[in-house]
Design a protein around this ligand. Sequence first.
Ligand code: ZN
Length: 532
Amino acid sequence: MTAETTVYKAERVWTLDAERPRAEALAVRDGRLLAVGTLAEVRAAAGSTAREVDLGRATVVPGLVDAHAHLHGLGKSLTTVRLEKAPSVQDVVWRLGQAPASSFQGDWLLGKGWDQNEWPGAAFPGRAELDARFPTTPVYLMRVDHHAAWVNGEALRRAGITRDTPDPRGGRILRDARGEPTGVLVDNAMDVVEAAIPAPTREQLETRLRAALERCAQVGLTGVHDAGMDLQAFRTLQAWDAAGTLPLRVYAMAAGQGEQRHTYLEQGPWQGRHLAMRSVKFLADGALGSRGAALHDDYSDEPGQRGLLLLAPEELEARAQAFMAKGFQVCIHAIGDRANTLVVDVLLRGAERTGTQALRHRVEHAQILRLEDIRRLGAAGLVASVQPTHATSDMPWAETRLGRERLKGAYAWRTLKDAGAHLALGSDFPIENPDVLAGLYAARTRQDAKGWPEGGWYPEERLSAAEALEGFTAGPAWASFEEARRGRLKPGLDADFVALSEDPLEGPAAALVDARVLATVVAGAEVFRAAG
Ligand SMILES: [Zn+2]
């Protein structure tokens, strides 16, 4: 008895293997690639009993991996009230009124995705608009960037937030002229309310994770690097992995901010079948949209404001080194240039003190950097985990926030790569859409889906088609120590690949906007197949 062998043939197969970049078929056995080459070669290797799957005009590429994303967050946003593109506060309240039962956690009503920049006046909303419709139901609404929350009076009451509550370190409770909390909480102030929300039930968590994984498979992802997983979600995925029912590869970073970090640290790095936990995620600062990103100099559009460091630098350094010493890869969120200076310091000094230069420490987002920090990051060969669609989402207002000079080192993928950084691309879903083809498109064009701005936003920082594709395949494989198993297509490697309706390597970038995922294969198993 030999194991079943399957031959996949397509219009073209891009292997990203320098020895044989293009093929027309591949054979899969036992979850691995048995052969990659011409149809005749692959058939010969597979033997006469092999099953054959004809992918027609499709282009096959190595499995696409999102190097920075949040599975539970995606599942939550798929099952609670969606506020993206809400044109007004009134519309938000109307949408909340239609909330499905899955939007409640305990008796809290949850929603996500509002953005005051889309509303007339662009001012932050307040609790009053929510109180009128929801006087006794606590309401918690996350901003589109996850770095601010808008809540009602009942939520503030349950969280114990009053005019006398001081701002927590790394957070702000917005207040009106009389000193009363307005209902908007920035960065660490969100935690105060989140602590009052009952944990999701086990069933709720499972539903959300399943929904997220299913969505990922639909968009062509064979793997996800989860940037800060809480223990409850990790235990759930661990159980699925043991049972063989975890469909995608999940490279989990332990959530490093809460008390649970002690449990992770004690447990040490852990490797399952499709699930790994050998890295930890910390946050150095907030985000640009809510002016929480920590800058060296004032925001160009708000004098006196330089953003927030979420932890004291000594504390961040101590935590990072504790995890390094235990053999964890350390990944730190850094958006603003002040945060990036600190994080490069912390990672380089920590690696040296703990002798863990080989642990491929990562800067998550690496969004706005001084040029000297780009040089340091690159020279040390750190991983720059960047999100192409963040640039195209932020480009309408980023220059107002930062000014032209600072933009030279912002969303600077080309400069980072040329400096020696290992690029790993992602979406940061659910902050952005999980659509990885949109990420490939943004990386190549630095334009929105309509082709704006003409020629691309700071086009000198664009990536080539090959670099963009590597950024979602071989790049994440390197960033997760899996380059000997995945990221390219060649015999012996894991059979993780995706079939697309368009050619992301030699086809025009614009074709990616409407491109479709035809099949997603993980370890030889089809986890998604388009209908028809
Ligand atoms: Zn993130």
